[in-house]
Design a binder for this molecule. Structure first.
Ligand code: NAD
Length: 359
């Protein structure tokens, strides 16, 4: 059955980097991948055309797709829009909400060739390969009640940190299954010494564990997890945590790798439909210059193939092609170092394609 992929280039460098990723998708089609690829507008570019960051036509295409590849949204052109519901990032949030994308996968991988780019000593990060599984649609970012109001003559701000058992179980299963496919170790991060909601979190993780006897489950308080991530990050295989802790820990882990231009991500819903995007933003400072690093977006294609289309062999082939290009010393400006050759966005795309075809 032909599967559908929707490509949403977005704003800023989005169109440049997704153009390179689309070339890789086309190469996969040439190697037998049966997919139909469509494009659509989201973010500022959609606002310019349709007056909405997530037009109905885009949402309809997204719902019908097996997987979505997104570049990035946002930029100074739209920062002053007074109607906040029209801001580019509302396009992204709307996609997450409408598609129920509750499971965010954030790999932090340090390619040995780039280990010197990390702020940590090379030996601490060379070969690092962590997968952070973050709950994306619940927790304190969405909990009710919330607000700012006057109490006893002064203003108070308040939010609600809430998770139901079913929400915890759903993300827990994603994480256990992920650990089964990787190093079979899962660290659940909570603050169960202080917060009741994470006492329940820990209980549910413990309850699930016997169903995954091949996975070794451990627990860590979030403050210790932050410390361990910068002390000895290679101890981790898969980490699972709630929305807020995951937001912070996944950015910290991303920085261990030293290069935001290299990091893909995935957000999945219950039916395996997913949205795949680089972790970085639309980089307006370098947009239109053909200098942006397209590798995070190309590696997002690999995640898309693996997690939404079940095409692990093609995914590995893309990842190997990226490794080969790095071995050959090719770098976009953001990851360039002494002794390497700086190439443009499109030259990097050319090189990955050549390596992909040669494998
Ligand atoms: P950013 O990630 O866009 O850029 C931060 C820095 O990293 C910039 O110097 C940029 O040039 C560089 N950079 C980012 N990606 C790069 C790449 N692929 N190759 C080379 N260099 C790269 O973050 P920002 O500057 O805080 O935000 C810029 C815009 O992006 C804002 O409008 C913001 O709202 C938006 N944004 C969007 C997303 C998303 O679409 N998921 C995420 C974060 C920020």
């Amino acid at each position: 059955m032909t599967r559908k992929i929707l490509v949403l280039p977005g704003d800023g460098i989005g169109p440049e980097i997704t153009a390179q990723a689309s070339r890789i998708l086309a190469a996969c089609q040439a190697h037998g991948l049966d997919v139909e690829v469509e494009e659509g507008l989201v973010g500022g570019s959609a606002y310019d055309e349709h007056g909405e960051p997530l037009p109905a036509v885009t949402l309809d295409k997204a719902k019908a797709a097996d997987a979505i590849l997104l570049g990035a949204v946002g930029g100074p052109k739209w920062d002053k829009l007074e109607d906040l519901t029209k801001r580019p990032e509302k396009g992204l949030l709307g996609l997450r909400k409408n598609l129920g994308l509750f499971g965010n996968l954030r790999p932090a991988i340090t390619y040995p060739q780039l280990a010197s780019a990390s702020s940590l000593k090379s030996e601490l990060v060379a070969g690092l390969d962590i997968m952070i599984v973050r709950e994306l649609t619940g927790g304190i970012y969405f909990g009710q009640p919330r607000g700012i109001e006057v109490r006893n003559g002064e203003r108070v701000g308040f939010n609600t940190y809430i998770y139901s058992e079913s929400e915890i179980e759903r993300i827990g299963r994603v994480a256990f299954e992920m650990a089964q496919k990787r190093g079979k170790r899962l660290c659940s991060v909570d603050k169960a010494n202080v917060l009741e909601v994470t006492i329940l979190w820990r209980e549910v993780m413990e309850r699930l564990a016997p169903e995954y006897p091949d996975v070794e489950l451990s627990h860590m308080y979030v403050d210790n997890a932050a410390m361990q991530l910068v002390r000895a990050p290679k101890q981790f295989d898969v980490m699972v945590t709630g929305n807020m802790f995951g937001d912070i820990l996944s950015d910290a882990a991303a920085m261990l790798t030293g290069s935001i231009g290299m990091l893909p991500s995935a957000s999945l819903n219950e039916s395996g439909q997913g949205m795949y995007e680089p972790c970085h933003g639309s980089a307006p400072d370098i947009a239109g210059q053909n200098v942006a690093n397209p590798l995070a977006t190309i590696l997002s294609v690999a995640m898309l193939l693996r997690y939404s289309l079940g095409e692990a062999a093609l995914a590995e082939r893309i990842e190997a092609a990226v490794g080969k290009v790095l071995d050959d010393g090719l770098r976009t400006a953001d990851i360039a170092s002494e002794g390497t050759r700086t190439v443009s966005t499109s030259e990097m795309g050319d090189a990955v394609l050549r390596a992909f075809d040669a494998i």
